[in-house]
Design a protein around this ligand. Structure first.
Ligand SMILES: *[C@@H]1O[C@H](CO)[C@@H](O)[C@H](O)[C@H]1NC(C)=O
Ligand SMILES: *[C@@H]1O[C@H](CO)[C@@H](O)[C@H](O)[C@H]1NC(C)=O
Ligand SMILES: *[C@@H]1O[C@H](CO)[C@@H](O)[C@H](O)[C@H]1NC(C)=O
Ligand SMILES: *[C@@H]1O[C@H](CO)[C@@H](O)[C@H](O)[C@H]1NC(C)=O
Length: 339
């Protein structure tokens, strides 16, 4: 029993919930991606993210924020939201301008892409941690630490030149610091509160088994699917009785468009070992009622097949019988008036 519980405990621990029922740490960040096409033209896309959920978009043509959820404003007033949006707008315009103006000095070749991710991370009962990271062509370039810009080693000489310029603007650094250390955690907490009903919903997984691609003669890949669950932490494994099977392969937990998650856990075995193996799914929405599916001669698929085909056959038989009876009866009834 201990063998069973130890991995369970380990699997569930990282997802330990705060007293408010949120998985920690929680974070809010803004991601802004610039594509610089030429000396006078760039395009940018912005978005806001609560953990892995997108909460804000940006209308590039009007440069305005799109609130994707009814609760995306958190508890901020419209004035404060507009003030923050204006700060970002100014910052991003100047940021892009700096790259255009210094393209030659910084040895930049068009086209290139610059990504900025900035926000704050929060563990309940601890101070919030702010961060800004800048990537150039997909690799680390700069970060904002201790109130100043720091070049990443990967950024080379260009990153050092960029930091030297950015660090001249004391006022901007103070604004960034305030956004990260005050505005962001306040907004994040307000967002968590406003979106509570949605963020703390529990959606049960659906689970089913299927054979995977054949690994070779005499062997089988058993695949256990768990789909449509929320929140993300889930424990799925192949077992024989109470024994967890070694060698289970877990896919990434991938999102569905509706914000729920999907996971596949497979196990390669010799065909004769497959009967008696079961897939066990444990998720917060299920309470302590794990889903257990057995792989066997009569797999769940087989039962579904029977459950569907038997009534269909009965129905077909009935229809056939009724038709036959009608054709037999018809002449009789058409004779009736004559009698
Ligand atoms: C810059 O790129 C845009 C879009 O591709 C194009 O319309 C524009 O003419 C270019 N400008 C210059 C100066 O090359
Ligand atoms: C973006 O802004 C433009 C101009 O204000 C507007 O016409 C358009 O409908 C907006 N698009 C979205 C998706 O909000
Ligand atoms: C930031 O400042 C703190 C205290 O002033 C220091 O302990 C820490 O090492 C600094 N971090 C970086 C990355 O410079
Ligand atoms: C929003 O909620 C947070 C957390 O409860 C709080 O600290 C803040 O004062 C509230 N209001 C505003 C305008 O930030």
């Amino acid at each position: 029993m201990l063998f069973l519980q130890l991995p369970l405990l380990l699997a569930l621990l990282p997802a330990a919930d705060s007293e408010d029922g949120f998985q920690e740490p929680v974070s809010f960040q803004i991601i802004h991606i610039f594509s610089f096409y030429n000396h006078s033209w760039e395009h940018s896309v912005g978005s806001g993210w609560l953990g892995e959920l997108q909460t804000h978009g940006m209308n590039s043509s009007s440069d305005t924020v799109i609130y994707l959820w009814p609760w995306s404003r958190g508890n901020f007033s419209n004035e404060e939201l507009m003030e923050v949006a204006r700060l970002f707008q100014t910052f991003f315009i100047r940021f892009a301008q700096a790259f255009h103006n210094h393209a030659i000095q910084w040895m930049l070749q068009y086209p290139f892409e610059v990504q900025i991710a900035g926000g704050c991370k929060l563990r309940f009962g601890e101070a919030s941690v702010g961060f800004v990271q800048v990537a150039f062509q997909g690799s680390e370039f700069l970060s904002f630490q201790n109130n100043s810009w720091l070049p990443s080693p990967e950024g080379g000489e260009t990153a050092q030149l960029v930091c030297r310029l950015f660090n001249l603007y004391q006022g901007t650094q103070e604004i960034i610091h305030r956004l990260l250390s005050d505005t962001c955690p306040r907004f994040l907490l307000g967002l968590l509160d406003a979106g509570k009903a949605y963020l703390q919903r529990q959606v049960r997984p659906e689970a089913w088994l299927s054979p995977g691609p054949s690994p070779g003669p005499g062997r089988l890949v058993l695949v256990c699917h768990a789909s449509g669950f929320y929140p993300k932490p889930i424990w799925v494994t192949w077992m024989r009785g109470e024994r967890e099977q070694q060698g289970t392969q877990r896919s990434d937990v991938v999102p569905h468009a509706d914000g729920t998650w999907y996971l596949r856990v497979s196990l390669e075995v010799e065909t004769r070992e497959a009967p008696g193996l079961s897939c066990r799914v444990r998720h917060s929405s299920l309470g302590d009622q794990d889903i257990v599916l057995y792989w066997g001669h009569r797999s769940s698929v087989g039962w579904i097949f029977l459950a569907v085909t038997v009534p269909l056959l009965l129905l077909a038989g009935l229809a056939f019988w009724a038709r036959k009876r009608r054709t037999l009866c018809q002449p009789a009834s058409s004779h009736l008036p004559l009698e």
